[in-house]
Write a protein that binds this ligand. Structure first.
Ligand SMILES: [Zn+2]
Ligand SMILES: [Zn+2]
Length: 219
């Protein structure tokens, strides 16, 4: 069984107009450095997914560690993720966060809100800025990735991907694989577990190859 959330990889990148990720904090590129925890499929280059039976072993022997990331602006917005010990160490070095669970008592001045509170129905047409009609504070998206932004390049910026699953096929090889699998060449992609070329994209296509699926269901 592939773990779809939960296992994350550390990504560090310089935010320029040429970078492959959009800036998580500003509309354009901010020219600073960002780091965050990303799902394997969203890593650049893409990392291999972790199967549940693998995580059971690697979490026991310390290869994967539990990390507690929090939003810098609101300490109560937090996520628990599993990450490779190497990534956790890097992340502690560059962010100074311990990754341990914080004291979770709510701040004294925090307003209490309820899901069934009346929505604000006043018209805000033409006003500046983002508005929300709900009285509850908006959830921030950055807590999930534990986003950090730096002005200067952190030391050892280049994190080698641990388990990249990039598919390196020449155009001719891709055509041959597509003919064999009877699908268009642009729907060929790597198996999330072993990187074999499979019919990965398009409607109802699987994320893992039949071999990996068979071994996952037998256990
Ligand atoms: Zn940026
Ligand atoms: Zn496979």
């Amino acid at each position: 069984m592939i773990i779809r959330g939960g296992v994350r990889h550390l990504q560090i990148w310089k935010c320029t107009s040429a970078s492959e990720r959009p800036c998580p904090e500003a509309a354009g590129a901010c020219d600073r450095w960002h780091s965050g925890w990303f799902l394997p499929a969203l890593c650049i280059p893409q990392e291999r997914a972790t199967a549940l039976d693998e995580l059971i072993v690697t979490s026991a022997d310390g290869e994967h560690l539990p990390v507690h990331t929090r939003n810098r602006r609101d300490a109560r917005r937090t996520s628990y993720v599993w990450a490779l010990a190497r990534d956790v160490q890097r992340w502690r070095e560059i962010t100074g966060e311990s990754g341990l669970a914080p004291d979770s008592s709510p701040a004294e001045n925090e307003a209490v809100t309820y899901t069934e509170q009346v929505l604000d129905s006043s018209c805000r047409y033409g006003e500046e800025g983002p508005h929300s009609s709900g009285p509850r504070p908006q959830r921030e998206l950055t807590s999930g990735t534990g986003l950090h932004t730096f002005d200067n390049a952190p030391d050892h910026t280049l994190l080698q991907p641990t388990r990249p699953i990039a598919l390196r096929l020449s155009p001719r090889e891709r055509l041959a694989v597509a003919a064999e699998l009877r699908c268009p060449p642009w729907e060929i992609g790597p198996c999330m577990l072993c990187a074999t070329a499979i019919h990965r994209y398009g409607p109802r296509s699987p994320k893992v190859c039949s071999g990996c699926r068979a071994s996952a269901t037998i256990q």
